[in-house]
Design a binder for this molecule. Structure first.
Ligand code: SF4
Ligand code: SF4
Length: 56
């Protein structure tokens, strides 16, 4: 299991800063979570202003 960022993402970058394992990178249009690195902590969902990261 990992979190997944949906199309609501506005590419603010806040989640990437808060991820303890650096699993989040800027993609072509939205930020993207590496499912193999994510430890499911939920920080990204907590800091996201638009609720884009959801448990996938
Ligand atoms: Fe990073 Fe935690 Fe979000 Fe996974 S749930 S991408 S570990 S901040
Ligand atoms: Fe996108 Fe939310 Fe991450 Fe900002 S915090 S880059 S809006 S997923």
């Amino acid at each position: 299991m990992s979190f997944v960022i949906n199309d609501a993402c506005i590419s603010c970058g806040a989640c990437a800063t808060e991820c303890p394992v650096n699993a989040i990178e800027q993609g072509d249009s939205i930020y993207v979570i590496d499912a193999n690195t994510c430890i499911d902590c939920g920080n990204c969902a907590s800091v996201c202003p638009v609720g884009a990261p959801t448990e996938g």
